[in-house]
Design a protein around this ligand. Sequence first.
Ligand SMILES: NC(=O)c1ccc[n+]([C@@H]2O[C@H](COP(=O)([O-])OP(=O)(O)OC[C@H]3O[C@@H](n4cnc5c(N)ncnc54)[C@H](O)[C@@H]3O)[C@@H](O)[C@H]2O)c1
Length: 403
Amino acid sequence: MKVGVVGCGQFAGSFARLWNLHPEVDEVWVTDLIPERAEELAAKNGFAGTMASYEAMLDSDLDALALMTQRWTHAPLASQALRAGKHVYSAVPMATSIDEVTAIIDAVNDTGLTYMMGETHYYYPVAMWARQAQAEGKFGRLFYAEGDYIHDMDHGFYAAYQYSGGERWKETASYPPMLYPTHAIGGVLAAWNTHAVSVSALGSVDDRGDGVFDKEVSMFGNDFSNMTSLIETSDNGMIRTNEFRRVGMAGQMNESQFRWFGTEGVLEQSMLGSRYVTRTDTVELTEDFRTKAPEVGEALDIDPALLESFESGNAPVQDRSRLPKEYDGVRNGHLGSHHFLADDFVRAVVAGKQPPVNAWKAARINLPGIVAWDSARQGGERLPVPDFGDCPLEIVDTSTPVR
Ligand SMILES: NC(=O)c1ccc[n+]([C@@H]2O[C@H](COP(=O)([O-])OP(=O)(O)OC[C@H]3O[C@@H](n4cnc5c(N)ncnc54)[C@H](O)[C@@H]3O)[C@@H](O)[C@H]2O)c1
């Protein structure tokens, strides 16, 4: 298959390289609104080449497009690409409105093409362990979970938004925390197969005074830097999520934290460690979830604080046996999740099926945050969250080795 990568900023290279290495991928092409970024990425990695624009990619013989553009841009590009006959991989989030989510689901339904949202936390060590534990009944009935995505602006985000937004970066650096809900909710739902029914959220107005979370400057009209939501689930449960962008926490601590509470057991990943407890036992999991240093590192031209979170090997609980051998020793990222995500997408396309984080699962991960953003702007009003149901299309089996 031939893959076109749209957007060649800070995040795209890692995935483009993995697709280029995949045994089922023949060619990788790239494009960017800033053509030098595409040219540099293609030349450095020996990709097939660059294309002039996203529109040129739509008109090409590429099979699939990977959207690596800024967070609020994905959904319209995804719908358009599906309608143009391309399979779509989208960086998170899926969308920023209910209408955008609906349009993507309709497009996948109409075309039967593959859509995947690349949620890294679906393959985080703690989420993989929790998914297995849930399948084995180790939680009993899950009734409550917490998911936090804590990324302090001072931990790399100023540099990242300046690179991304150019001179007008402050307009976009105020991106509403609840419109980036996929790590916190995606981590929880990676193990718990439920969906939101309603949500109530609150936001804390920023007081740094540096013009970033300033309603007058923000293209989203947002002045919340920290937000919290409480979600009612369809199966008599509750989920609490935190999206914090101003918080005094060291960068090397777990920026994502999760707790799943069941009638028979509890799993906790806190800032400092992880453990599973039952009424009678405690299982220490901190080392099982710790990713090892990558065997092959590669310098990225970005802030070192960001690099930290991009670089990682795998943790003992992440079984690599299903992955292509071409990925062995290759730079990974985000707690070892990149290899799994890149492989999921290729396999789904080749099989003509949907990946685990398909449009329907992605909708369940995104919609509570989209509605939470509305709720917080209405002072915490409890609002209903729509649901599109389970994926009606066949999901690819990724449990066996790729070749
Ligand atoms: N853990 C994770 O899942 C994770 C981590 C980092 C980034 N991300 C996501 O990855 C995406 C990219 O992040 P980034 O830091 O690389 O952003 P970035 O701003 O550094 O890069 C985006 C690039 O896309 C280009 N672009 C925008 N619209 C385009 C278009 N229509 N056609 C061609 N090029 C276009 C821009 O010029 C820019 O170079 C974001 O959506 C972000 O949310 C996810």
